[in-house]
Design a protein around this ligand. Structure first.
Ligand code: PMP
Ligand code: GLN
Length: 417
């Protein structure tokens, strides 16, 4: 059977033509109705395509260099020291106290590391456990589109219903009225991501204040995904939990993957008021029970790295942003320069492209580069049809190679016309 949608689009107004390069049919036998349509994630699919075509992979967001040696050594030392059995469900005390110190150091948030911090298997498990523990069947979750791909699946697994507010380019501006309109008596929580993947938007204080005011007015819980908290180039990262009335209703999620370039460690945390964290823990303990011991020891060392580490990490990524944005601009694509994260979106219409999915499927053959069609992160696919996301968390020479290849793009597209 032909696939009828990008595999990870999962519901919504899906494109109708077959596009997947993986063998994904539109209906997967045995898979329950809640997960039909989620298929294979776009990241797995595009990374497989990059390998197959020997392309520069600017699709999936993972760095091509390791994080700090001292952090890796701490995990290795933990294994050698015999930290190889189940750690506590809540997480090892060294990591929970490090999370609390980090939140105090950067945001002046006070956390009780015993009651208000839960360690998880990456931010992904934190998001899933949050949805599974807080939602009743039919509860609505408001989030912004384009969204991060696991949100829809986590909400669906929990029996919830995703409702979206669209962030529109080039600024991906927040529309407060649209946000208020989408809230119904069934709304249980708001799932916010700032800095925002895939748009690179960093929500401003004014925007967050409005979100906070609405959440207090409607007595909503907020889950904020802040995995890119240390990747802000323009503006400022403001954790929603720091705004008036939000501490008691906000769960804050982050992880070691992005800030310390250890995406494979899958070690994350969720923090907030004891009542909410306890609920999340109840689900977490039956998903993975505990999270891997050695990585927690490494993560504890990572969070306590000095301010120079954090500053250099952001500065280094800002240089990479400049290199890739220049390369993309020179190729003729319209670049939406991101304020944060390590992703940049481009509008392909400046090269007479219309459909980002077609564009991404042809790009490896045209110039040997892989990107991700941003449309797969939308319920309203037409909103992102002409957008393509590239990541710049790669070595400068890799970004320069990609830029060189992209320089030939206009010619190959014109030759086709
Ligand atoms: N949220 C967002 C917005 C992401 O981009 C990612 C990808 N790292 C995650 C969550 C998942 O994080 P982790 O790898 O720690 O599970
Ligand atoms: N967060 C990464 C991205 O957006 C990828 C994570 C994944 O592969 N699931 O590219």
């Amino acid at each position: 059977m032909e696939p009828t949608a990008w595999p990870c689009s999962g519901g919504g107004e899906n494109p109708s033509k077959p596009r997947s390069l993986c063998d994904v049919s539109d209906r997967i036998p045995y898979l329950n109705a809640r997960l039909q349509g989620f298929g294979v994630t776009i990241f797995a699919e595009m990374s497989a395509l990059a390998l197959k075509t020997n392309s520069v992979n600017l699709g999936q967001g993972f760095p091509d260099t390791d994080g700090p040696e001292v952090v890796a050594e701490a995990a290795i030392a933990a294994i050698r020291a015999g930290h190889n059995q189940y750690p506590p469900v809540v997480g090892i005390p060294e990591l929970r106290t490090a999370v609390a110190r980090h939140q105090k150091r950067f945001y002046d948030i006070d956390l009780d590391p015993d009651a208000e911090v839960q360690i998880t298997a990456g931010a992904t498990e934190a998001i899933a456990a949050t949805m599974l523990s807080l939602l009743e069947i039919g509860d609505e979750v408001v989030t912004f589109e384009p969204w991060y791909d696991s949100y829809g699946a986590s909400i669906a697994m929990a029996g919830g219903v995703k409702r979206v507010v669209t962030l529109r380019p080039p600024e991906y501006a927040y529309d407060g009225e649209a946000f208020e309109r989408v809230i119904t008596p069934k709304t249980r929580l708001v799932l916010l991501n700032t800095p925002h993947n895939p748009t690179g938007k960093v929500f401003t204080r004014t925007e967050l204040e409005h979100i906070a005011e609405v959440c207090v007015r409607h007595d909503l819980i907020v889950v904020t995904d802040e995995v890119y908290e240390h990747l802000v180039f323009d503006g400022e990262h403001i954790p929603l939990a720091t705004l008036p009335g939000m501490r008691e209703r906000t769960l804050t999620i982050s992880s070691v993957g992005k800030t310390f370039s250890f995406t494979g460690w899958k070690t994350g945390w969720v923090s907030g008021p004891e009542s909410l964290v306890t609920a999340v823990r109840t689900a977490k303990q039956f998903l993975t029970f505990v999270s891997s011991a050695a990585w927690q020891h490494g993560a504890a060392v990572a969070l306590d790295l000095d301010d120079d580490y954090y500053r250099d990490f952001t500065a280094d990524m800002a240089v990479k942003r400049a290199v890739l944005c220049a390369g993309l601009t020179a190729s003729g694509l319209t670049v939406h320069e991101p304020q944060g994260t390590y992703f940049v979106n481009t509008d392909i219409r400046s090269l007479s492209g219309e459909d980002g999915a077609d564009f991404c499927l042809a790009l490896p053959e045209r110039v040997g580069v892989v990107g991700v069609p941003t449309q797969v992160f939308y319920d309203n696919v037409h909103e992102g049809r002409h957008l393509v996301r590239f990541t710049f968390c790669k070595r400068i020479e890799v970004l320069e190679e990609a830029s060189m290849r992209l320089a030939g793009l206009r010619q190959t597209m014109e030759a086709d016309r």
